[in-house]
Structures are given as structure tokens and as C-alpha cells.
Design a protein around this ligand. Sequence first.
Ligand code: GLN
Length: 186
Amino acid sequence: MKIGVLAVQGAFIEHEHMIEEIGHTAIEIRQRDDLEGLDGLILPGGESTVQGQLLNKLDMMKDIKNMISNGLPTLATCAGLILLSEHIADDDTVHIGTLPVTIKRNAYGRQLSSFVTNADIKHIGNYPMTFIRAPYIENVSDGVEVLASVDNHIVAAKYNNQIGLSFHPELTGDTRIHEYFLSTIK
Ligand code: GLN
């Protein structure tokens, strides 16, 4: 399968390695033309404000939004999850906005800004989760499946073709999340 990895900013190379490790093709998405013929899309972590600005500047925001709305399987991690969320707490900004959740940015504050913990994820099992200045999901609309929570905060959710994670599965060497994502692609 051909999986596009948004490669304008942030931790995209690690996702490419994961996709290749499990035997599929990773395509770096840097401009509109790269969006042709994808079986799935990964929105990596990084800095959501910068990524959002670049998507507008490169004239990709609308195309990506349409492709996801039309069913393109999408895995979003950390900043990618912020881009995908319909609402950002205490902020009027909407980037792609196709995932009906409210996300809280930098939700763990300064002291706990980075940490690793293990928790269960539905469909996958116990998984090592790396959080880096991570958001969490404050609220989900009907139809959103909660996949994982840590300390009563939602850190993974699925809505139809979209999976959003607060943490970084590409940094653990554990390919199960990428494999699960690929298994959802018909
Ligand atoms: N704090 C970043 C943001 O708000 C997200 C951090 C990350 O992707 N690891 O965009």
C-alpha cells in the first residue's frame, strides 16, 4: 500500500521507517501533487501552528480536508491530532477539523511536558506511549470510539476512517499501531 506521510515539519521520517518496516511504501507529502493515489495518510507530530500555516501556504489544506472527509484512512499523532480536531480548547483556530473532538494543546503543562507510560489501547493491547508536549482529548462527539485513556484523559480515539493519538507511536519501535492502522484500510 502507498501511505502518504505529511512531510512539511516535525517527526515524519520515523513514521516512514515504521511503514517501510512493515512492508509498505511511504510517500513524503510536500506539495499538492504528492496527494495523488494514496491508500492512507499519516499526520505526524511537531508543531501544529507551523504545520497549519504551511498547509495553507502550500495550498493543501482544502484538498487534505476533502480527502479525509471522503474516507481516506488517516492516522494522526500529537500535532497531527490537533490539526485534525474540530475544536481546540480556548482557541478559535480550526485547521483540518474533520475529527469531532475538542483537543487541549500542551495539556500536561511544563513539568510533565514529556513522559513515557504504558496503557491499554483497544484492538491492540498494552502499549508504550511517549508523550511530548502532548495534547489530550477533552471531549468527544457521538460516534467517536475512545481507544485509550491515561489518568482519565482520552489519548486515543477513532472516528470512521480517522485515528487520532496524543502520543508518538513512531518513537517506540513497536509497530502494532501502524499495523492496526493498515489493517483498517480495505
Ligand atoms: N505541542 C505541540 C503543538 O501544540 C504538539 C507536540 C507534538 O507534536 N509532540 O502543536
